[in-house]
Design a binder for this molecule. Structure first.
Ligand SMILES: [Zn+2]
Length: 495
């Protein structure tokens, strides 16, 4: 899908065999809303609330909400005056979807799942890494919702038995405090959100996957504003920041970021690129898929289906004259080989790789067939990371963690105090609000390169690195527990 355009199909979200109504191009916002309670200046979606089969009060409340909160962008032109069979249901589905997304975004979701079951379908939100059911809806509405999502994401409506991946852009126009309070669809006391009519841009990555109960929709919500954290905002302490900056002063070499899926590796990589941005460098990225669209990067999307593989891209990307090359992920020997070679001929190469620890990355690269000598001399540093939920600042209190968990972090002798959140409205009773990175940074200095070259055991390499100031993930987690940033249990869960 085009980044700033509504897909053509969005104008006509109807079954394909039906005649397509003649409508003007969808890029012009519809006339201002007549809603007098809205005080945003942005053009509003012109809606009259149609009696729907979407169920009350949820649909009405959500419709009410999106009318004032979402700028026409996703499927803007699904207007109610379209006298087309099925159009009204799609219109409602679009509004419903927008309501779900804006509500989820208000709660800080990273993903939303639409999960068909036998008699119903569930909508589940992932917030701070944990998946919770938001609402369950009647099953008979699911196919309309599914088709609408497919249309918006530029996918094939007729395909039901194969996975499909797509992309939707969502623009949210923030709304008035007073209004946001009224329309919490759960009926609870919604927290008024601080709003100034600012627009936020979201990239929604859509994955549709067949299951025995029907096609499951999973949407990953990426806020373009959050996509770009500066390195200072990642959650590193002064020493780790200094180590990171030290790795970036050279004009060639590799930076590897490692951790499991969902550990924030890509965010870290982008923050490193934005740190390099100021240096008038040509930065080229090879990604699969592109998670955040950023104007100042030359971003290239790998498309294995069409034969544009990492291997093919890597074999010719150097002719694009990059100073900095970001490779989404090193996952096979040939990509690893090309990445190392690119670093060797004077490029800064940044990539992610699956390994458990910073030291473990050395083993992983060797396993991918990289020669020790090349590895030792091209890598500048490795950052291992995890994401941990932060204690909610609004309801934090001292508590007594279990000895077992303390021992896991090596804190059995530390007196505390330890903090956790007891749960409040602001954190949805979870006791957590937001996340921070847990880091372990391994700097490749001459001695460490020598140890790798000499085939010394990883334990010895780790001991040396710790003497030079490296913290293991566990050590960093423990220090964040002692600083009251996260809880003992949360730290234990992630490291
Ligand atoms: Zn709280």
């Amino acid at each position: 899908m085009q980044r700033y355009n509504v897909p053509r199909q969005a104008a006509t979200p109807i079954p394909r065999e039906q005649p397509v109504p003649q409508r003007p191009a969808p890029s012009v916002p519809t006339p201002p809303s007549v809603d007098p309670s809205s005080n945003t200046k942005e053009s509003q979606l012109q809606t009259k609330v149609v009696p729907t089969s979407w169920g009350k009060p949820l649909a009405d409340e959500l419709t009410e909400k999106v009318k004032v909160s979402v700028r026409p962008n996703v499927g803007t032109t699904v207007a109610v005056d379209q006298h087309v069979p099925g159009a009204e249901a799609h219109h409602d589905a679009v509004l419903f979807l927008r309501g779900i997304l804006s509500e989820g975004i208000r709660r800080g979701i990273s993903d939303v799942h639409f999960e068909p079951r036998v008699d119903s379908y569930a909508i589940r939100f992932r917030v701070d890494g944990v998946l919770n059911k938001y609402v369950e809806r009647p099953r008979d509405q699911y196919s309309t919702l599914l088709n609408t999502v497919k249309v918006l994401a530029d996918l094939d409506i007729a395909t039901h038995h194969l996975p499909q991946d797509g992309h939707i852009e969502l623009v949210l126009q923030e709304i008035d405090r007073h209004l946001s309070r009224q329309i919490d669809p759960t009926g609870g006391a919604a927290e008024p959100v601080s709003m100034e009519g600012r627009k936020s841009y979201y990239d929604i990555r859509v994955s549709i996957f067949p299951s025995v109960n029907g096609e499951v929709i999973v949407m990953r919500v990426l806020n373009r504003d959050n996509a770009l954290l500066s390195v200072e905002e990642l959650g590193m302490d002064m020493m780790q920041l200094e180590q990171l900056r030290g790795m970036l002063v050279t004009s060639y070499g590799m930076m590897l970021v490692t951790g499991p899926t969902g550990s924030g590796k890509t965010t870290t990589l982008y923050s490193i690129l934005s740190e390099l941005k100021s240096q008038e460098k040509n930065i080229v990225t090879l990604e699969d898929p592109i998670e955040f669209h950023l104007d100042w990067l030359r971003q290239c999307e790998i498309n294995e289906e069409r034969g544009f593989t990492f291997e093919k891209a890597m074999s010719s990307v150097l002719r694009q004259d990059p100073d900095v090359l970001m490779v989404g992920e090193i996952r096979d020997p040939s990509t690893a080989e090309y990445a190392v070679r690119s670093a060797l001929v004077g490029r800064i190469v940044g990539s992610t790789i699956h390994a458990n620890t910073a030291i473990g990355t050395i083993a992983r690269m060797l396993e991918l067939g990289i020669q020790r000598s090349l590895l030792a001399h091209t890598v500048n540093g490795v950052i291992a990371q995890r994401l941990a939920r932060q204690v909610c600042p609004h309801c934090k209190e001292e508590y007594e963690p279990s000895q077992l968990h303390l021992a896991h972090l090596g804190l059995q002798k530390a007196p505390g105090p330890y903090l956790h959140g007891k749960g409040c409205d602001k954190c949805g009773q979870t006791g957590f609000l937001g996340r921070t990175g847990i880091f372990s940074t391994l700097v490749f200095d001459d001695r460490l390169r020598g140890l790798i070259f000499d085939q010394r055991p990883l334990v010895e390499i780790q001991d040396y690195a710790i003497k030079q100031g490296m913290r293991t993930l566990k050590m960093d987690a423990a220090s964040k527990v002692l600083a009251g940033i996260t809880t003992v249990e949360e730290a234990t869960r992630v490291v």
